[in-house]
Every structure is written in structure tokens, then in C-alpha cells.
Design a protein around this ligand. Sequence first.
Ligand code: UGA
Length: 458
Amino acid sequence: MTGGVRGTFEGSLAKWGFRVQVVVIGAGYLGTTHAACMAQIGHSVLGIDISEEKVAKLQSGEVPFFEPGLEALLREHVASGRLRFSTSFEEAAAFGDVHFLAVGTPQSTRGRAGDVSCVNAAIDSLSPHLARPTVIAGKSTVPVGTARRLAERVQAAAPAREAVEVAWNPEFLREGFAVEGTLRPDRIVVGAGDRPEGRAIELLREVYSLILAEGVPFLVTDLETAELVKVAANAFLATKVGFINAIAELCEAAGADVAMLADAIGRDERIGRQYLNAGLGFGGGCLPKDIRALVARAEELGVGDAFAFLREVDNGNMRQRSRVVDISREICGSLIGTNVAILGAAFKPDTDDVRDSPALSVAGQLQLQGANVSIYDPKAMDNARKTMPTLDYAVTSLDACRGADIVLVLTEWKEFQNIQPGDLGAVTQTKNIVDARNCLDSRQWRAAGWTYRGLGRS
Ligand code: UGA
């Protein structure tokens, strides 16, 4: 995957031979990917995290989560010396021409707003050491208005005062495609303050010059627009999934097929086929918390009424999870003592992330309603076990399905799509399958004697 990208960039690097000293604060999903990709496009990179353990792991070339292509990139650039990690904000301040802020902004433990305490803490740790002109470029997803507030906070505490600029440069990476998405983004958005002498835009153009040379659009906005672009994009995507899931329910009631319908409406370029896969709905660490934070911020700004639809998107999305539980009960008659096999624990394929995973949510609901739940996922078993230790964790998909009264496919891993109905039928008690991601060939399963239920498919 990165081979093609590397080929292109190495050629340009040799030609231009520049290097910016880049600091990336926060070595989680976003920060680690960004740091490795900044090294890949030729910069000297220092990754900062408050966890000694995480820093030691990354410095030894180990990525503490699963993301295709990332570990190879990390190892290559730690070995080349272009990328290193530290816990020292003093070192970061002395090193960085630009500081990317990539710490987490989870949903607040009370209420729906975004929790920016890690962003504040990072700024407070860095600011007192900032003695030279520099740019802080926020990447984290924050409530609109945060960047302007942070600029005041940093300038009050930094010895360099106004020579420290704050810009916002939201990330749009998708898990499972993080490296490719960072090196070949659809667009780069940079919001900057209104100081005429500001150099943030110029510096970020330089940082991204190799990517821009490939024709990627560079959109310059004000700070507030850049902050909102990210949450608006996620809210739109969530709404698209919510819409197709509502249509799926209608298809089911009317005897139509939502997958065929999505193919047909997706041909209209104004609609587009992507993000129209009906099923169990969206989860993960981003979409659910971002739409809630958007609604919460809109309410604070007095325009909450305009987002009633987004609250309904959220509710409808949660309803999908209950629907799958209801369908399972309907097929089996009762859930009490029923052996349920669940294929998939991650919130989507090609990741080990189980944050707000629809699959785990269904597994938990079924267990709480009396079912015996056995679950398998190709990558997310450790994370799932930590989140829901009471489920029965199988070592293979067939193992999970042994003796099952019903099989639920809740994450569309390729591995599950390749399972043969005959092989599965040989180990289950009864041939009932719920394809909650509409990823199986219904005709093949029905032909093999299975009771097949998709979501929104007749
Ligand atoms: C999402 C956005 O796609 C990224 O652009 C954004 O940068 C990122 O959040 C973020 O805020 O950092 P991600 O959470 O990695 O990325 O995953 P997606 O591929 O968007 O999937 C989100 C959820 O929607 C998954 O549970 C997936 O199964 C579900 N989904 C997606 C559907 O149910 N149907 C679809 O057609 C597409």
C-alpha cells in the first residue's frame, strides 16, 4: 500500500531535500499515524506522549494497536532516525518548528459534549517552554471555538508570546486506511487566525508540500470553519448511514432490497454509493461522539433546534442494535438459554478497535437477556475481552459457532464472507443466520438450507 506512495515521495524528496522539525503531541491512533507519515514525507519528527510505557513501545518499533501498514512505517523511520518519541515537553518546545496537537477528545463522562481536558493539559505542559516562534496546529476534533481560546491560553503562558501561532488542521483519517488516508488525503484543511503577519499557512504548506505536489487541494479557512469542517463531515456521514438504515426498515416492511436500492440511488453522483451500506449502523470512537458533541455545542450556541434530526440519527442508530436482538429473539422464539454465536467484535473490519462497537453492544444485550454468547473476531479479541469479560471468547469462527442455535455476523470481515455455508452448518445446532452487515450472498446461504435474515433485504 505505501510502496507506491513511498516511490513518489522519495523521488521528490531527493529533488527538494527540505526538512521541517515536526512535533506530534499525543501518540494514540491519530498521533502515531501522523508522526510516522510526517517522517515518511521527509521531516524530522518527535512524537510526544505522557505515557512512558507507550513511548518506550513506539521507540522500539511496536504499535500498540492494529492498523494496516503503520508498524512497518514506524519501524522504518525509527530505524532511519527521522522519527523518535519522548515524554519531554521541554524537548518538544526546543525542537518543534510546528507542533501538531493530536490528543484524544472523548465524549465527556457527564453529558454529550466533547471533553477537551487532554487538549488543555497538552497546551499547559508545552506553553511555558515555548521560547521561539512556532506554530501549534491542532488536529484533534474539538468543539468550535476551542482554537481561539487555546491561542489566548498559549500566548499568555509562552515566553515567545504572540510569536506562537495557533492553527487548526483537522484530520479525516479512517481506521483501517489511516496511513493511506494521511499520505493521500482528499483535501488538507487549515484554519488560521487573522494576524496578517502570521506564518502558519506558509509553514503548513511547506510541511505538506510533497502531498500537495500530488494535486491534493489545500483549503485555507478561519479557525472556526476548520474546526467545524471535521464535525460537519462526520455528522453528514452519520446521517447518510442513518438515512439508508431507515430506508432498510421500509424495504423490509415492503419486501424490497436495500442493497439493490443503494446501488441504484448511488449512481446519482449527487448521492454517491459510498457510505450507503445498511446494517447494524455506525459505531467507533468518532462518529457517535462527534455528532453528540456537535449537538451539544449547537445548543450552547443557541441553535440546538436545527439539529433535532441529528439526535434522531443517533437514536435511530442505537435502534439498529436493538432490532438485531429482536430479530434473533423472533427467529429463536426465546433468548433464554439460546446458544448465540457472534462473528465480529470490532466496530468495523480491519481494525481491533471496539470503542462503541455495535457488535459488542448486541453481544452484551443478548447476554443480559439470557442467551449464551460465544464470540470471535480476527483482531479485536483482546480489546473485546477487556471491555466485556463475561462473554465466551472462541479461538476461531467455527469454534464460536459450535452448537449454536443462531449465528450473527456483526462485523463484515473478509474472513466471515469466505465461510462456506456447508462448513458452518456442520458445526451449528440449527441453520439460522442473521447477516447484520448485509455482507453475505443470501442466495448461497438459503440454497444451503439456512434461514437467512439480512437487514433491509427481502
Ligand atoms: C470516521 C470517518 O469516516 C473519518 O472520515 C473520520 O476522520 C473519522 O471517523 C474520525 O473522526 O477520526 P472511522 O470511525 O474510522 O472514520 O470509520 P468509518 O469507516 O467512517 O465507519 C464508521 C462506522 O460507520 C462503522 O461502524 C461502520 O461500520 C459504519 N458504516 C460505515 C456503516 O454502517 N455503513 C456505511 O455505509 C459506512
